[in-house]
Design a protein. Structure first.
Length: 72
């Protein structure tokens, strides 16, 4: 039996700069799996960011945090 190889990418969150592993080839193991974002937030994210955000930022946005994370 052939083992399935899933595509994983190392990415940097465009909102906060944190590095994370995106598992687009196996969404059930991806860091974004299970986060439910309101439609308006999804649309704003798509217009502002061209790539995936880290889980922490997605969780913050799901609680209606501002899209731009203030510099620390």
């Amino acid at each position: 039996m052939e083992k399935i190889q899933y595509k994983h990418e190392l990415k940097t969150c465009p909102r906060c700069g944190t590095g994370f592993e995106c598992k687009t080839g196996n969404i059930l193991q991806c860091q974004c799996y299970g986060i439910d974002l309101p439609e308006d937030i999804q649309q704003k994210m798509e217009s502002r960011y061209r790539d995936c955000l880290c889980r922490c930022c997605l969780e913050e946005l799901s609680c209606n945090a501002p899209l731009n994370k203030p510099a620390e």
